[in-house]
Design a protein around this ligand. Structure first.
Ligand code: HEM
Length: 449
């Protein structure tokens, strides 16, 4: 599609030039408000300014938020050279690398996405079921019983181990252990706020944040390249299901194999995009369930009938991702001027579907704040306004993998352990690295069933 159609200002007099209105408070205050209460602040701005509003942030400037379904279609389905997702995510490049599917746009992006897709189709994802179950059982064996502990770090250990086995194909426990440590050290600095500011993320020497990041990345790279080298030399790789082995068998349009740098970048992409997100979603599912005994009872009844989990488990997961979206913002940088919801926005504007506000829209959901999985089982379930994985050609590539993993991990835990909240108050969403996670880490008390 040409960019021309999207850039030409429509003749309609209703179209206003420039960004939508928004709070006048100083940028530091708006940044702080969003940081402290992401979901609440977006919802408050939607109530005050309507479905289109602009927020102004420290270091990253103005973002135009949209919550109207038509506007969202425009942003998600609009020409990819105008609504540029890769450009909007350049701050991830120091970790994922320049060839990552996350940061590419246009043709290059479509080529990268096509190579990854087969590994994330339903039938392929299900080949990892036993691995997901085994990892959960191993992790669960070390959990305390009868006293409070935080589940989210435990879920992070599970999702990282699943990625190292199912995606990186690391069989040896000692290499996985070394990778756990090196990746933990890298993410501790990579997820810090400075990566949002590209000039700070540069390597200015040993003690600068950029320098520390570069050293920790090199330590992870060494292990990842060793894994790629070993798998390349493995004559049995073609029979394996892990994503690295599948990618080693893939050929680009010219019939070439992927080089090591591309493989490294995609593996790190899947790790960054898939590890903490899935762990946070799991933490929220438990945080909501232990505070909604009727939903927990109904789920346990279903699991007794259907140990693999059925429609109610799926509904619990969908409802969790609706009321507690894990990723607060998805963005597109405008590669050319474009009209969205009656606003003619200049090139370079950051356009963001307001995920949390969309999920709490009273026009789309009855009692939008209530955790009610049943709504997904009713005659005409809602659904248009459900975008925890984004939408369109840049939507989450690992959504099927994540939903399946959440299902397997939850059912494995809930059929072995009885869980209750360590404290009765709801946990509030808090920014934790790239996700909005339960403030106390999903603190629970577990006892054997
Ligand atoms: C509950 C867990 C997860 C959530 C909530 C989530 C959410 C998202 C969101 C919101 C996006 C951006 C969509 C957009 O801009 O329209 C995204 C992109 C992406 N996600 Fe996920 N994700 C999850 C798990 C995973 C997993 C498990 C993987 C892979 C192992 C993964 C891989 C990716 C990739 C590769 C992209 C970039 C796609 C592209 O640009 O073409 N995600 N995810």
């Amino acid at each position: 599609m040409s960019t021309h159609a999207a850039t030409a200002p429509p003749a309609s007099p209703a179209v206003r030039k420039g960004l939508p209105p928004g709070p006048r408070a100083p940028a530091f205050w708006q940044t702080w408000r969003l940081y402290r209460d992401w979901i609440g602040y977006l919802e408050e701005c939607r109530r005050r300014y309507g479905d289109a509003f602009t927020l102004n942030f420290v270091a990253i400037g103005r973002w135009a938020y949209f919550a109207d379904p038509g506007a969202l279609r425009r942003v998600f389905q609009g020409p990819p050279d105008v609504f540029r997702a890769g450009e909007a995510r350049t701050m991830l490049e120091p970790v994922v690398g320049r060839r990552s599917v996350l940061v590419l746009d246009g043709e290059e992006h479509m080529r990268a996405r096509k190579l990854l897709l087969p590994s994330f189709q339903g039938t392929h994802v299900r080949t990892h079921e036993r691995t997901m179950e085994a990892v959960t059982r191993e992790e669960m064996a070390g959990w305390p019983t009868g006293r409070p502990f935080r589940l989210r770090p435990r879920f992070q250990a599970i999702t990282l181990d699943v990625i190292l086995r199912a995606i990186f194909g690391v069989d040896a426990a000692d290499r996985r252990e070394r990778m756990h440590r090196a990746i933990g050290r890298l993410l501790a600095v990579a997820n810090g706020p400075f990566v949002l500011v590209p000039t700070l993320a540069r390597d200015y020497g040993r003690l600068s944040p950029g320098g520390i990041l570069a050293r920790r990345r090199a330590a992870v790279d060494e292990l990842v390249y060793a894994q790629i080298g070993e798998r390349r030399a493995d004559p049995g790789a073609a029979q394996r299901d892990d994503v690295l082995s599948v990618l080693l068998g893939a050929r680009d349009e010219d019939g070439h194999e992927l080089d090591d740098e591309t493989l490294r970048d995609e593996l790190m992409t899947l790790l960054l995009a898939g590890h903490e997100t899935t762990a946070t979603a799991l933490a929220w599912a438990v945080e909501r369930l232990v505070r909604h005994p009727a939903a927990m009872r109904r789920l346990l009844d279903e699991l007794r009938e259907e140990p693999a989990g059925g429609d109610y488990l799926d509904a619990v997961i969908k409802e969790t991702l609706r009321v507690r979206p894990v990723i607060g913002d998805v963005g597109r940088t405008l590669g050319a001027p474009a009209e969205v919801d009656g606003h003619l926005l200049p090139a370079g504007t950051m356009v963001a579907p307001a995920v949390a506000a969309v999920h709490l829209d009273p026009q789309a959901y009855d009692e939008p704040e209530a955790f009610r999985p049943e709504r997904w089982l009713e005659d005409s379930p809602p659904g248009q306004a459900w975008i925890p994985f984004g939408a369109g050609r840049r939507s989450c590539l690992g959504a099927g993998f994540a939903l399946f993993e959440i299902k397997v991990v939850l059912r494995t835990i809930l059929t072995s352990l009885s869980l209750r909240a360590a404290r009765p108050e709801d946990e509030r969403p808090r920014v934790r690295n790239i996700t909005l996670a339960p403030g106390r880490g999903a603190e629970i008390i577990a006892t054997p069933r």
